[in-house]
Write a protein that binds this ligand. Structure first.
Ligand code: DX5
Ligand code: ZN
Length: 213
């Protein structure tokens, strides 16, 4: 199991120390980018990613919760992103989704698509063959610290069975309210990357991370 820690749960007055604390322990850094439109909250943009890239060699997993994400792909590439995931719900037309995926790949980056809790995973069907990652939201995107929605377990199972059946390459990532209680359930359904913010950063960071693996 890969573990991605969400920077949303970090204390930004102590950012460098917190990065050093997770550096050798987690697999990925997860950047939750929010624009106040696609989701009600505003977080941070490419500058934070750029600064973090100077001190951390970890794989950078960028989760864009923004409208018209194609406008910012180049900025996040330049800032050090390895993987960029955007939301299926950010576009009305499937041609726009495909264009954004192509744009991400044109920069040599891995491309992911995410779905909100109310979106059926079958709506991803036409894109699955093109994806490096599918991100299942297990909370309503916008805020850290919310409770895990068990309905995400069936979505993971659906994506796992499609992957096995069709020999797809995407990783299955789950984000929101992940902790040591639901991690084994997610793993059993086929999750391959777990994002966690609040659970990891509260208490003993090293032991929390180990319990998710
Ligand atoms: C929610 C974000 C998540 C979330 C993770 O919009 O995408 O990454 O904040 O944080 P916890 O683990 O606190 O739910
Ligand atoms: Zn996220």
């Amino acid at each position: 199991m890969k573990v991605a820690v969400s920077l949303l749960a970090f204390d930004f007055t102590d950012l460098k120390n917190q990065l050093m604390e997770v550096e050798k322990r987690v697999d990925w850094l997860h950047f939750d980018v929010m624009d106040g439109n696609f989701v009600p909250n505003i977080s941070f943009g490419p500058q934070v990613l750029k600064d973090v890239s100077k001190v951390s060699g970890l794989y950078k997993d960028v989760h864009l919760m923004i409208e018209r994400p194609h406008r910012y792909i180049e900025d996040f590439k330049k800032a050090g992103a390895d993987l960029i995931t955007f939301h299926l719900e950010a576009y009305d037309q499937s041609a726009e989704v495909l264009d954004c995926l192509k744009l991400i790949k044109s920069f040599g980056l891995k491309a992911g698509l995410s779905i909100k809790p109310a979106t059926d995973p079958s709506t991803l069907r036409t894109y699955l063959a093109l994806l490096d990652l599918v991100l299942v939201m297990s909370v309503e995107p916008g805020f850290g610290g919310q409770s895990f929605m068990p309905s995400s377990l069936d979505k993971v199972a659906y994506l796992k069975s499609a992957k096995v059946k069709e020999n797809y390459n995407y990783l299955i990532e789950v984000d929101g309210g992940v902790n040591d209680q639901n991690a084994p359930l997610l793993k059993a359904k086929g999750a391959e990357v777990l994002v966690s913010g609040s659970y990891i950063m509260r208490g003993d960071i090293a032991s929390n991370i180990e319990k998710l693996k």
